[in-house]
Design a protein around this ligand. Sequence first.
Ligand code: PHE
Length: 340
Amino acid sequence: MKDKINQLLEEVKQFKAESADSLEQFRIRFLGRKGLLQDLFDAFKELPGDQKRDVGQLLNVLKNEAQDKINLLKDTFESTEQGSVADNDLTKPANFREPGTRHPLQIVRNEMISIFSRLGFTVNEGPEIEDDWHNFSALNFPPEHPARDMQDTFFIEKDPDIALRTHTSSVQVRVMENNKPPIRSIFPGRVFRNEAISARAHCFFHQVEGLYIDRNVSFADLKQTLLYFSREMFAPDTQIRLRPSYFPFTEPSAEMDISCNLCGGKGCGFCKYTGWVEILGCGMVDPAVLENCGIDSKEYSGYAFGMGIERITNLKFQVKDLRMFSENDLRFLKQFESAG
Ligand code: PHE
């Protein structure tokens, strides 16, 4: 019997598992309920008393060796990624991991940053949770302005002073408060408005704000910057037009349209047969806003603009439903694989 045990001990020592499967077979053969060790322990019970001590010890050695071996090999299998050290075939293709793709909003945001950085704009960010001063008051919103209404703004815990920012113009205030002119920077970020979610509206979306403050900045500078941006973003022959508008923090204010990039301005269903699509709001920073932020409005002037990243992305990629941007549907996201 001792010979038999020693022989098995040798076998255990030599054993090399090729796969998790062969290790499991080894375990069953040695330690299973009807395995070799069970047989040996059964036979051990029948031995004459004087042999029991030696054989018993040897049997325990065998049992422990087998168990140690299994534990050791099990660890190797678990720590190798494929569950098998195994096939030892290094030419075998690795497990396929689907690579992620850039989100379309990220692609467009990066492109905007790249275009404006060519004009010398830096990038700044501000907090998504804002106070009344940065989101409204410093920007000249009168106390009774409808945008402050509960309808549009998400307030935090009923505190009328703290809300989710409704536009990235709040970052204008922060950057002007903390920097001396010249300032030339863009601020990408997420903004929130209390609107019912539909194909055309969402309770959050993204904007890129632009701000340029220096001596003698004029509306012509603004127009040229926006023309350059539009032609880089869309097509070299893109036309722009500025329509008078109103924002509390710019004077004069304008909204800008670009010639419809789908029909080239001829008129189509997308531009409602006008040939133009609106892409942003802009204007000369109101002197009162400069003063609110500690900038001398007699010495400095500046312009600001703000646009929705979703809007620009829709124009570039014809995404018809805003909800697609936040649903994480791979069938949607994978379509932008080659775009960014
Ligand atoms: N903050 C404005 C909006 O969200 C856009 C804007 C930015 C207008 C800067 C003028 C200047 O609609």
